[in-house]
Design a protein around this ligand. Structure first.
Ligand code: HEM
Ligand SMILES: *[C@@H]1O[C@H](CO)[C@@H](O)[C@H](O)[C@H]1NC(C)=O
Ligand SMILES: *[C@@H]1O[C@H](CO)[C@@H](O)[C@H](O)[C@H]1NC(C)=O
Ligand SMILES: *[C@@H]1O[C@H](CO)[C@@H](O)[C@H](O)[C@H]1NC(C)=O
Ligand SMILES: *[C@@H]1O[C@H](CO)[C@@H](O)[C@H](O)[C@H]1NC(C)=O
Length: 323
């Protein structure tokens, strides 16, 4: 027997399931089919970071560039091949996205323990989490990742050109870019805190260190100019740390840099330039545990962007090409 009340509940539940495309992701998705996936990913990421300190940052950014282009579906990992055009040469990735060989190594390690089970999109999600955790001192953030994504058979260079925010965006642009992905202003400020690790090329911050006057510390600008010549293409690929203080440690110093006008990218400094996000930057700079909690919530939310689930997509064997 079903009262109108229980009918109603059932309907609401069914609608929720249908309406939210990520309802099928879960933290225990591989607990029977591949219980060793976490140790396989973690040990490979650990070795890669031991080999090259920066690689954790690069893996974390790949997950972001995957999720912002038609959802977290491993599309960023597909190579250009014949007439197939992937996302690797799109503007935000070309000459910049890195870590693909490490993703191959992680995927191989996972295939050895459970062949054909774990998607490349999930491998990247776990690797991004592990990168944060390995770069973090005691007391930093960690979280259980939601899994069950499947891999796209398609990619979109156009969407990669237009969906990933460029470093010249102002605060209004950044807020609407994140909003278009279902991410809030708070998510924007917390996720930007991942710029506590990793490096940027001179081309990404040249205009800021030569042309901005109001919102940049003068000594900082001059220091950065020394390794980033004014005229392109000279020095275009010279690197500088996104966090000048602790570039290999995942902490909240990024926000302290913003308060002292030493954000490297124009987009970084936009978060603290007299606008609506100043108060969040202050909050995170004073309160690492609130930053950690918000970062975790925002990373999970980013990982939930429009995944392929059920029988959509496939489980790629090689992350560089469709099966
Ligand atoms: C808010 C908008 C964002 C903009 C405009 C932006 C822009 C950039 C740019 C221009 C670089 C340097 C690329 C280069 O010069 O080669 C970079 C690096 C990086 N970004 Fe972002 N980013 C944003 C958000 C994010 C998010 C949401 C994440 C991750 C959740 C992220 C993670 C990283 C990391 C870890 C690096 C360093 C990568 C490495 O060293 O290989 N960024 N970002
Ligand atoms: C990617 O960068 C290379 C080297 O700078 C360049 O030759 C190529 O035209 C770029 N690709 C696209 C699609 O812009
Ligand atoms: C992406 O942008 C690059 C550089 O502007 C351009 O060469 C390429 O054709 C664009 N891709 C698409 C699919 O529009
Ligand atoms: C931000 O940039 C857009 C163009 O992309 C411009 O229309 C807008 O006026 C800018 N907003 C501010 C506050 O400068
Ligand atoms: C700075 O602004 C000038 C004048 O608008 C422009 O010509 C130049 O390309 C900009 N960038 C740098 C790095 O000087």
């Amino acid at each position: 027997m079903s009262s109108p009340f229980s009918m109603n509940l059932f309907t609401v539940f069914a609608l929720l399931l249908l309406g939210s495309s990520y309802a099928q992701l879960s933290t225990d998705f591989y607990s029977c089919s591949c219980p060793n996936v976490f140790s396989a990913v973690r040990s490979t990421v650990k070795c890669a970071i031991a080999r090259e300190r920066r690689i954790g940052a690069s893996l974390l950014r790949l997950h972001f560039h995957d999720c912002f282009v038609n959802g977290c579906d491993g599309s960023v990992l597909l190579d250009d091949r014949g007439s197939f055009i992937g996302e690797k040469n799109a503007v935000p990735n070309n000459g910049s996205a890195r870590g693909f060989e490490v993703v191959d190594n992680i995927k191989s390690a996972v295939e050895r323990v459970c062949p054909g089970i774990v998607s490349c999109a999930d491998v990247l999600t776990i690797a991004a989490r592990d990168s944060v955790v390995i770069d973090t001192q005691l007391g930093g953030p960690t979280w259980n990742v939601k899994l069950g994504r499947r891999d796209a058979r398609t990619a979109s260079q156009l969407a990669a050109n237009t969906s990933i925010p460029p470093p010249f965006f102002n605060l209004t642009n950044l807020i609407s870019n994140f909003q278009a992905q279902g991410l809030s202003v708070r998510d924007l400020v917390a996720l930007s805190g991942t710029h506590t690790i990793g490096q940027a090329r001179c081309t990404s911050f040249r205009d800021r260190i030569y042309n901005e006057t109001n919102n940049i510390d003068e000594t900082f600008a001059r220091t950065r100019q020394r390794n980033c010549p004014r005229t392109s293409p000279t020095g275009d690929n010279n690197l500088a740390p996104l966090d000048r203080q602790t570039p290999t440690s995942f902490d909240n110093k990024y926000y302290k840099n913003l308060i002292s006008k030493r954000g490297l990218l124009h987009s970084d400094q936009q978060l603290f330039s007299g606008g609506s996000t100043d108060s969040l930057v202050r909050l995170y700079s004073n309160n690492p545990s609130i930053f950690n909690a918000d970062l975790v919530a925002a990373m999970i939310k980013m990982g939930d962007i429009r995944p392929l689930t059920g029988s959509n997509g496939e489980i790629r064997r090689n992350c560089r090409r469709t099966n």
